[in-house]
Each structure stands twice: as structure tokens, then as C-alpha cells.
Ligand binder design. Structure first.
Ligand SMILES: Cc1cc2nc3c(=O)[nH]c(=O)nc-3n(C[C@H](O)[C@H](O)[C@H](O)COP(=O)(O)OP(=O)(O)OC[C@H]3O[C@@H](n4cnc5c(N)ncnc54)[C@H](O)[C@@H]3O)c2cc1C
Length: 392
């Protein structure tokens, strides 16, 4: 016999579990979440989960700002252990981008974000291991940090269950079921689930599932990579998170005296993959390049101990920004997908915004109109004043 619920979320990453929590808190009836593997099995469990407010658009900066406030007090708001480590973010660009960076910082400061340009001398106080060349400039965002990603997903899920949501693992949605122009449920590996409200939080798999109702979502599953290095014993202070646009890399402190490093050059679009079959190891030559680039910024890391790395997935849209919307032509169906490598920080506010859209008919915390699906057809993409790729 078919299982029935009031709201059905597909996908148990940070977006789906956040949404399950915020929806269940609103007591909207029976909230269910179906996850085909295990919680955080997609992008979320491998995420760097850097929480920074540096964006070049007011909307995304405001989303990050609201996300940060939740992550800072996660144990009180959501539950479980604290997940946030504050260490600040250093952003480095070539001097020729000075005007754009200054304009961006001014916009962020208007939003109340604590960010400023810093000299090489001040940077040396913040992080003695860092090096800045004469033609480079740095900005410092003091409130930034990173989250323990797996724990955050687990805590969102636990909190959702505490609020009455039913999260089921190992249940794969195979297709959407329509009744005329309205959602009626989904077919899964264990039979039909009936619902009048469906939300896709399927990350890199988003386009696969909507194809079953001949709807094309511009979300591409692409492979990204992470390099891991253990810091040498004389490294000293753990250091900040870096967005190094001169070299096209980001890096951050992570577990066990390690540094997690990856690309911000946007090269992922050249690596579309089948999200169920992709190379989960890092490429050897790419690891060598990452060591060189990291060492240029952090000379001590030329002596870092290579710990390999891993391949992971981004869900990329044409403008590298998510889609928060209804599914067109299907009453009762919604999506929160396409976070393009920077969605972890947004998860708390996305849970809130999508709850407002679903329950109240409109998101009120922020105007999410710019993140509508139709922007791609209307050629009204989210613009970024400079080519910051995943930093948006
Ligand atoms: C290496 C890496 C570093 C990153 N660094 C940062 C960062 O520093 N800061 C930041 O903000 N963001 C970062 N991101 C991006 C961020 O992690 C993602 O945007 C976010 O995790 C996306 O969450 P999601 O829930 O949309 O997708 P996912 O975590 O991929 O979850 C989707 C889930 O849906 C399930 N699913 C799919 N199809 C079905 C189906 N048919 N039936 C049932 N279940 C299904 C999948 O199994 C999966 O668990 C990074 C990502 C990666 C990979």
C-alpha cells in the first residue's frame, strides 16, 4: 500500500535536512524525507563547508550572512554539538582587481559585514605563515570560518526527527507521479509514496529526476577535487581560510592538523560526470599542482605531508547560483537545487526560505525572485562584477 505524507522532500544532503527541520517546526502535517543512500552521501558530506559572507551580490551575501548566524549558534538553534570554527577568511586578488574588490567590500559593509582590506604587515599578524606579493592585495573577513559538515547534516536530520519528520534512508525516487498538472507522489524502489507537495533537494542528481516528467533543469553534475596535506610540526597557528584568486585556489584548516585545498578557477564545468559513477580519487598531477600553489602562499607547506585527496560533486547551473522555485507546470512541486559548489553556508536560510515559499506561498525573509528557474530562459542570469567563479 502506498505511503502518504503532506510534504515529501527528496534528498538527504544539507539542503534537504535543513528544509525537513524548518518545515517540521512549522507543523505542516506529515513531513517525509527520502534519501537513496545515506545522509550527506552527495556533495554535503565531502564539503569544505567554509562559511563566508564574501559575495558580489547583495542577495547571496545576505543569504550567507543569515546562514552564518545559524551556524554560529547551531547547538542552540538546531541541536547537537557546536559545528562552527571561526578563523577568518583572507581573500587575495591581483592589484588590477583593486577597484572591484573595494566596491564589493563597500557593498558588504553596507550589509553590516565585517570585512576590510589588510596590508601585508597586518596579514602577517593574522597568519604568520602567509605570503603576499607586492602586486597582490588582501581583504579580511573576520567572522568567517568553517563548519563540521557531516555533523551539521546529522544534527539537522536529528532535529527534523525530533520535530516529527520521518527521514527514510535507502529509498530511491525513480520518477515523479503526476495527476494532470499536479504532483501526486513519487515511485521509489520500495513502491509509491503519495503527496500533494514535493520538494527536490537532489543536488547533482536534480536534472535526472525531472527528466522523468520531461522537465529540463539546467543543473549539471560536475567533478571537483580536494587535496589534503598535513601541516609540518613547526607550522604554528592553524591559520585562516583562504580564497586565493591569484592562483585560483581556496584552502582551509581541517581535521587532524591538515589543510583542505581545492580550486576556485571554475574548471569543474569541464568535468561533467554521471553522479553515480565518477572518480572519487584525486588525480596525481593535480595534487602536485595544488602543493605548488599552496606552497607559494604558505611556504611552510612545501614541507607539508601529502595525504592524497578525493573527487567530489558540484551541481552547477549556468550562472553558478542555485534555483529556489516552484517546478513550472507542476502544481505542488518545488526545487532547491544547483548550489554550484557554494551552498553549504546557505543551507539554513534556504530551509527557511523554502519553508516560507511552500507554507506561506512566498518567501518573505529575502526576495528570492532572482533565483527563479525562468532566469535562464529569460537570459537574466545573476551577474558577478568580476570573474570570481564559485565565489559568486
Ligand atoms: C569538495 C566540496 C567543497 C565545498 N566547499 C564548500 C564551501 O566551502 N562552502 C559552501 O558553502 N559550500 C561548499 N560546497 C558546496 C556544498 O557542499 C553544496 O552546495 C551542498 O552540500 C549541496 O547540498 P545538497 O543538499 O543540495 O546536495 P547533496 O549534498 O548532493 O544532497 C543531495 C542528496 O540527494 C540524494 N538523492 C539524489 N537523487 C535522489 C533520488 N532520486 N532519490 C533519493 N535521494 C536522492 C543524494 O543521494 C544526496 O544525498 C562544497 C562542495 C564540495 C563537493
Amino acid at each position: 500500500m502506498a505511503v502518504s505524507c503532506d510534504v515529501l522532500i527528496v534528498g538527504g544532503g544539507v539542503i534537504g535536512t535543513s528544509l525537513a527541520f524548518f518545515l517540521a517546526q512549522r507543523r505542516v502535517g506529515r513531513v517525509m524525507l527520502l534519501e537513496k543512500s545515506y545522509l550527506g552521501a552527495g556533495a554535503s558530506g565531502k564539503s569544505g563547508a567554509i562559511i563566508r559572507q564574501h559575495y558580489s551580490n547583495r542577495l547571496t551575501a545576505a543569504m550567507a550572512q543569515k546562514g552564518l548566524r545559524v551556524f554560529e549558534h547551531f547547538d542552540e538553534i538546531v541541536g547537537g554539538p557546536p559545528v562552527f570554527t571561526r578563523c577568518g577568511l583572507v581573500l587575495i586578488v591581483n592589484d588590477r582587481h583593486r577597484a572591484a574588490l573595494e566596491a564589493n567590500i563597500a557593498m558588504q559593509r553596507e550589509l553590516g559585514i565585517d570585512v576590510r582590506l589588510v596590508s601585508a604587515q597586518v596579514l602577517a599578524d593574522i597568519d604568520p605563515n602567509a605570503r603576499l606579493a607586492e602586486d597582490e592585495i588582501a581583504a579580511f573577513e573576520a567572522e568567517a570560518g568553517y563548519v563540521e559538515a557531516v555533523q551539521a547534516v546529522a544534527s539537522f536530520a536529528e532535529a527534523a526527527r525530533r520535530e516529527g519528520a520521518d527521514l527514510r534512508l535507502g529509498v530511491e525516487v525513480k520518477s515523479l507521479v503526476l495527476e494532470g498538472q499536479r504532483i501526486a507522489g513519487v515511485e521509489t524502489n520500495e513502491g509509491r509514496y503519495e503527496t500533494r507537495t514535493l520538494v527536490l533537494a537532489t543536488g547533482p542528481w536534480a536534472a535526472q529526476l525531472t527528466r522523468t516528467v520531461r522537465l529540463s533543469l539546467p543543473v549539471e553534475a560536475c567533478r571537483t577535487q580536494v587535496a589534503l596535506f598535513r601541516r609540518p610540526p613547526d607550522f604554528g597557528r592553524r591559520g585562516a581560510v583562504y580564497a586565493d584568486f591569484v592562483q585560483g585556489i581556496y584552502f582551509k584548516p581541517t581535521h587532524g592538523e591538515m589543510i583542505h585545498a581545492g580550486s576556485i578557477a571554475g574548471e569543474e564545468t569541464k568535468a561533467p560526470v554521471d553522479p553515480d559513477h565518477y572518480n572519487e580519487a584525486a588525480d596525481g598531477d593535480w595534487l602536485v599542482t595544488m602543493r605548488q600553489r599552496l606552497g607559494r602562499r604558505y611556504p611552510a607547506m612545501y614541507r607539508g605531508y601529502g595525504r592524497g585527496g578525493f573527487g567530489a560533486l558540484y551541481a552547477i547551473t549556468p550562472d553558478w547560483h542555485p534555483i529556489l522555485d516552484r517546478l513550472p507546470g507542476i502544481e505542488g512541486a518545488f526545487c532547491a537545487v544547483g548550489f554550484s559548489g557554494h551552498g553549504f553556508k546557505m543551507a539554513p536560510v534556504v530551509g527557511q526560505l523554502m519553508t516560507e515559499l511552500i507554507v506561506d506561498g512566498q518567501a518573505t525573509t529575502l526576495d528570492i525572485g532572482p533565483l527563479r528557474l525562468a532566469r535562464f530562459e529569460e537570459r537574466d542570469l545573476i551577474q558577478t562584477p568580476y570573474s570570481y567563479g564559485v565565489m559568486g
